[in-house]
Design a protein around this ligand. Structure first.
Ligand code: NAD
Ligand code: DAU
Length: 337
């Protein structure tokens, strides 16, 4: 089986590629990634020489390149590639539309032309908007995105749906809640707080810190995607959630305590505009239809994640200093593809 994974040099994509290569020794994975600021080949250093793995630097919006890659016998596309940070989307939405909407459409067109057998669109629970104190997002909750990021992801989802309906395109959409784990870029809450605390820097908490997210360990997300990929029904949407609702403040306090740092580092800052109050996923469809179950309890997973950042200080120091961007040039600069 030959699979194109896009955005595989990012946080979830790199964890998923490692998971696939470990589990299936007859799958060949091609990773197409533009290496934006969020793409880091050091995330894949341990598998870069695996004969079943190939990296191609490029943009999912480059139709010629995508078609050329698919012609190498790709049967499946799993689209992780995206601009993924909400705050950046509020600062500058354009690249979010370009990559998340137009890039997805380019992949859909190329996949259709090639006649691929499966397309998995990695979407997000943020497309559903914000919940009040009660209730859960189900697959039929109306789309109500509140940030340019979530609007771009919702737009991509609608295109995927339209391709299924209009062309019988073999796609599935997954919508996951907030992931945490190793190799997460330290602009997102958990790695930002861990690394800032280790550096003795302020820990910025937006607004009152009582916004709620439903946290899932990245390996549990990979296991869910494995099931969706192999057993999911075409044309369907599957929600994936950790059933782990926490306020941001609880998370920050837990990290501070684990690292034995003072709570005085916690600094309340101006709220994110349009800040969604609460996310909570109902994953019963995934559990009942595909037999998925989250395997990682939140405190254990978070302790393991903190341990990873303690053990891999070089990784995040290079990311924070920007030095990681030199890796591609060092590694691939003198090689022609
Ligand atoms: P990330 O920002 O860590 O990684 C994104 C990757 O996509 C990077 O390697 C980047 O270089 C690449 N990329 C960006 N634009 C590209 C383009 N035009 N062409 C090719 N590659 C490009 O993101 P992540 O947190 O790993 O998220 C991966 C996917 O999962 C995204 O689609 C995101 O919307 C979705 N998602 C994320 C979460 C989460 O909690 N992080 C939760 C649910 C869904
Ligand atoms: O729900 C899934 C989504 O989770 C994904 O689709 C996104 O790609 C991913 O970035 C994430 O979005 P969030 O906005 O929920 O994640 P972030 O880590 O940016 O923020 C988590 C919460 O913490 C949110 O309520 C904002 C808050 N926050 C964030 C940062 C970076 C702070 O209070 N301080 C911060 O410095």
């Amino acid at each position: 089986m030959k699979i194109l994974v896009t955005g595989g040099a990012g946080f979830i994509g790199s964890n998923f590629i490692r998971y696939l290569l470990e589990k299936y020794n007859d799958y060949q994975v091609v990773n197409l990634d533009k290496l934006t600021y969020a793409g880091n080949l050091e995330n894949l250093r341990d598998i870069e020489k695996d004969p079943n793995y190939e990296f191609i630097k490029g943009d999912i919006g480059d139709a010629g390149l995508v078609e050329e890659i698919l012609q190498r016998g790709i049967e499946i596309i799993i689209n992780f590639a995206a601009e993924s940070h909400v705050d950046r989307s509020i600062e500058d939405p354009q690249v979010f539309i370009k990559t998340n909407v137009l890039g997805t459409q380019t992949l859909l067109d190329a996949g259709r032309k090639q006649g691929i057998s499966r397309f998995i669109q990695i979407s997000t629970d943020e497309v559903y908007g914000s919940l009040g104190a009660t209730g859960y997002f189900t697959e039929s909750t109306p789309l109500a995105p509140n940030s340019p990021y979530s609007a771009s992801k919702a737009s991509a989802d609608l295109l995927v749906r339209a391709y299924c309906m209009s062309y019988g395109f073999p796609a599935i959409i997954s919508r996951c809640s907030n992931n945490y784990g190793s190799y997460q870029f330290p602009e997102k809450l958990i790695p930002l707080v861990i690394t800032n605390a280790l550096e003795g820097k302020e820990l910025p908490v937006y607004g009152d810190g009582l916004n709620i997210r439903d946290w899932i360990y990245v390996d549990d997300h990979s296991r869910a995607l494995d099931l969706v990929l192999h057993q999911g029904r075409l044309g369907e949407i599957y929600n994936i959630g950790g059933e782990n609702e926490r306020t941001n403040l609880d998370i920050v306090k837990f990290i501070v305590k684990e690292l034995r740092k003072p709570e005085s580092l916690i600094t309340f800052v101006k709220d994110r505009p349009g800040h969604d109050r609460r996310y909570a996923i109902d994953s019963s469809k995934l559990r009942k239809e595909l037999g998925w179950k989250s395997q990682t309890d939140f405190q254990g997973g978070l302790r393991e994640t903190i341990r990873w950042y303690l053990d891999n200080r070089k990784w995040w120091e290079k990311v924070k200093s920007g030095e990681y961007r030199e890796y591609y040039t060092r590694m691939y600069g003198n090689r022609s593809t």
